[in-house]
Design a protein around this ligand. Structure first.
Ligand code: GTP
Ligand code: MG
Length: 181
């Protein structure tokens, strides 16, 4: 009899600036507050860490745009992310995190180019919505989507603190993973 191997599960990577809330979002999606290390000090996540969810793996990547990172750290970050996006056959999609309060930075726009070149399906998650009032959230969501040329249905407002949008984001990730199998 043949040994039945589990089919390879697709992976979904979380990318975004350092401190944007990747590890917090991962913990919220998984529902386990202490799983990925969260910190007020940027540059907490330094390696690629994978977490198994039902049906896919979530990959917590280090953040970009960390001002105090040296030149060689930046170069190795770029190569880690470029290879993860470009060369991982198991990568099914990307969740790109942007702080809802800020316009996309130059580093964000660089990441956008990498994402476009990778051809991967991308969902944008606007983080830390609890820091704004309801009206400002709606206005900022439109502004960020416009600045990036993204359709509204590719943009999800979230808060890891209050749980806003976490269920919807999870459902969108599962749908994207299924669609791209
Ligand atoms: P690196 O690993 O350094 O790239 O950071 P990260 O993107 O993983 O961010 P992390 O989840 O460690 O969060 C950074 C800081 O933002 C921490 O102080 C978090 O508590 C805070 N934070 C994350 N998500 C939210 C949120 O939804 N609301 C608020 N108010 N704070 C948040
Ligand atoms: Mg992190």
């Amino acid at each position: 009899p043949l040994v039945h191997l589990n089919p390879v599960l697709p992976e979904v990577a979380l990318v975004g600036r350092s401190n944007v809330g990747k590890s917090s979002l991962l913990n919220a999606l998984v529902g386990q507050p202490g799983l990925a290390r969260v910190s007020g000090t940027p540059g907490k996540t330094t390696l690629l860490n994978a977490y198994r969810l039902p049906g896919f793996y979530l990959i917590d990547l280090p953040g970009y745009g960390f001002a105090r990172a040296g030149k060689s750290a930046r170069a190795s970050y770029r190569s880690l992310v470029t290879r993860c996006l470009g060369e991982r056959p198991t990568l099914g999609g990307v969740v790109w995190l942007l702080d809802i309060r800020h316009d996309p930075s130059d580093d964000d726009l660089d990441m956008q180019q990498l994402l476009i070149r990778s051809g991967r399906p991308v969902l944008a998650a606007l983080t830390k919505a609890d820091k704004l009032g309801r009206t400002a959230v709606a206005a900022r969501a439109r502004q960020v989507a416009d600045a990036l040329g993204l359709p509204q249905d590719q943009v999800q407002v979230t808060s890891s603190r209050t749980g806003l949008g976490i269920g919807d984001l999870a459902a969108s990730i599962v749908a994207a993973v299924e669609e791209n199998r």
